[in-house]
Design a protein around this ligand. Structure first.
Ligand SMILES: Cc1cc2nc3c(=O)[nH]c(=O)nc-3n(C[C@H](O)[C@H](O)[C@H](O)COP(=O)(O)OP(=O)(O)OC[C@H]3O[C@@H](n4cnc5c(N)ncnc54)[C@H](O)[C@@H]3O)c2cc1C
Length: 534
């Protein structure tokens, strides 16, 4: 039996895999996509760290900025670990070959991102996530780490609240396979994709791991906090990284007037832009004053994206932009050891609520989180694996899961789940989006309940066994629907405004909600409560 099963091969999963190897644990990485197709590859702007303590910056300042952005919902213990280790994390990435951009003295260059007092964001031009992921993958190959790609996680098996195995659909063959492990690390990414067609996230970012963990009894936390990125290309959902504003870009309305400090936290900037649209205005990102040479040097990918998708040369014309759902602050609740409430089950990266971002994430903090907590999860999982005695297989559920999937394959298609996915994406953006209120949330909850009832008649057209994308997307849709209900439920229960969660009927932050939200499954019901931060 392997020591550590890692599910997900983004930055979090690969960082965990390398650390597991360092700890001499046996490890297998399983993922529904090919390794280099994970969301991490899309990250552009950079990764934060305090590299030198100067009069302008210190670890304490970093902690303060992140805590402020979290609106009191970060876990101070985890945050301290995160910030204190930031330099070491960057140095580790540098040592394994991440090609960070350098300054004139050959030191790792840093740029300024929103919500911070200092230049703290290290970068690789504007391909930071791409470079990090590919370097991690190269190292995994070098270290002979085993991978199973195109395997979709279906279920986690537990015995006495301890995880023992995971069930997957082998997408290539259509078989259901069970993998037993002493410990499991979930690194399956966030749930921004539930805002289908209104998100910068890839189609694969459907929050599966979070939904599966929830069904296995894991506590979810802060699911109402969705970050809307201020600048995605209008009608395209392609992200223009914060580095464009970090490098001096302006936001202007259709009269050419600036209306907000571009480097305020993302929630404030996104709401200001959305309001302009509500008033019938438009918003543009103006980079023309930077000139082509500077643009090519610091944000070449952004230039190419704007040229490819809008046929606009950003050194000559302003760019129409709008906010889009971008990052999910909530996820599987973990403690300071990256451990969930299920024994031997760890979670890291965007699928986890590890106590860093609270109500609002600072740009550049996610890439640091996936590497820091990926490595921490593996360190603790390797330690735990040494203590696991029971190596007996848990075989109760394999046959049941096989039957469940076979039944789905046989279902008639009376309703089209692709249509529902589009409607739900729009519903979420409009009713559980940048601004929420009791009525819109109730409408969304009612609609989602109706969709849940309709799922019985949502079949799939393609009945083939091998490479059945239609089946995969149906299984993802079940997760999407569940997560939509959870997010809306949490947003409904948090009767205040805080960070990315803005209730027009409760516009102030309320002290009584200085707590994290917790979601649990009890007798098939989604139960939301609020807990003090430990
Ligand atoms: C356009 C864009 C730009 C960004 N830029 C930045 C930035 O500059 N700086 C920053 O800090 N953050 C940035 N972010 C956020 C950051 O990229 C993500 O938070 C981070 O990459 C998440 O990494 P992860 O390893 O947790 O998940 P991912 O990279 O999303 O990987 C998840 C993995 O889990 C697998 N998986 C999912 N479901 C299943 C399943 N059911 N079964 C098996 N495997 C599964 C996937 O196949 C994938 O391998 C950006 C995000 C986007 C969308």
């Amino acid at each position: 039996m392997i020591d550590i099963l890692i599910i997900g091969s983004g930055g979090a999963g690969l960082s965990a895999a390398l650390k597991a190897k360092e700890e001499n644990a046996s490890v297998l990485v399983v993922s529904k996509t090919h390794t280099t197709h994970s969301q991490t590859c899309q990250a552009q702007g950079g990764i934060n760290a305090v590299l030198e303590t100067t009069e302008n910056d210190s670890i304490e300042n970093y902690e303060k900025d992140t805590y402020k952005a979290s609106h009191k919902l970060a876990n101070k213990k985890s945050l301290k670990y995160f910030c204190e280790n930031s330099k070491q994390t960057i140095n580790w990435l540098d040592s394994i070959g991440v090609p960070f951009s350098r300054d004139e003295n050959n030191n790792i260059a840093q740029r300024k991102f929103g919500g911070t007092k200092a230049k703290r964001t290290c970068y690789s031009s504007d391909y930071t996530g791409h470079k990090i992921l590919h370097t991690l993958y190269d190292q995994c190959i070098k270290n002979s780490i085993d991978f199973k790609n195109e395997h979709l996680l279906l279920k986690l098996l537990t015995k006495n609240n301890t995880v023992t195995s995971a069930l997957f659909l082998d997408i290539k063959t259509g078989e259901i396979v069970q993998i037993d492990a002493k410990t499991v690390i979930l690194a399956t990414g966030g749930y921004g994709g539930i805002y289908h067609n209104f998100t910068t996230n890839s189609y694969a970012t459907t929050g599966d791991g979070i939904a599966v963990a929830f069904k296995a009894g894991a506590k979810l936390s802060n699911m109402e906090f969705i970050q809307f990125h201020p600048t995605s290309l209008l009608n395209k959902n392609i992200l223009i990284s914060e580095s464009a504003r970090g490098e001096g870009g302006y936001l202007i309305d259709s009269k050419g007037k600036r209306f907000i400090d571009e480097l305020k936290p993302r929630d404030e900037v996104a709401r200001a832009i959305y309001k302009k649209y509500e008033e019938g205005d438009k918003v543009y990102l103006d980079l023309t004053h930077l000139g082509k040479e500077k643009i090519e040097e610091v944000i070449p990918q952004e230039r190419r994206l704007v040229l490819d998708f809008l046929k606009i040369k950003m050194e000559e014309e302003v760019i129409p932009i709008t906010p889009s759902a971008h990052y999910s602050m909530g996820g599987i609740l973990t403690d300071e050891y990256a451990q969930t409430n299920i024994e031997n089950l760890f979670a890291c990266g965007e699928c986890a609520q590890s106590g860093i971002h609270g109500a609002n994430r600072l740009g550049g903090n996610s890439l640091l989180e996936i590497v820091t907590f990926g490595r921490l999860a593996a360190k603790n999982a390797a330690k735990k694996a040494k203590e696991v005695k029971c190596e007996e297989k848990n075989e109760n559920n394999l046959e049941t899961e096989k039957k469940r999937v076979a039944k789905i394959l046989k279902k008639e298609k009376n309703e089209d789940f692709y249509k529902s996915k589009n409607i739900i994406g729009e519903l979420l953006f409009n009713k559980v989006g940048l601004f929420r209120e009791k009525n819109t949330l109730e409408e969304a909850l009612k609609y989602l309940e109706e969709e849940k009832n309709k799922i019985k008649s949502m079949g799939i057209e393609d009945k083939s066994k091998e490479y059945n994308k239609n089946l995969v997307e149906y299984l993802e849709f079940e997760n999407i629907l569940l997560l939509c209900q959870i997010v809306t439920n949490c947003a409904y229960k948090r009767e205040e405004s805080r960070g990315a969660h803005f209730r027009t009927d409760f516009i102030k932050e309320d002290k009584k909600f200085d707590k994290i939200s917790i979601c649990k499954l009890e007798n098939s019901d989604i139960i939301t409560t609020f807990e003090e931060i430990k």
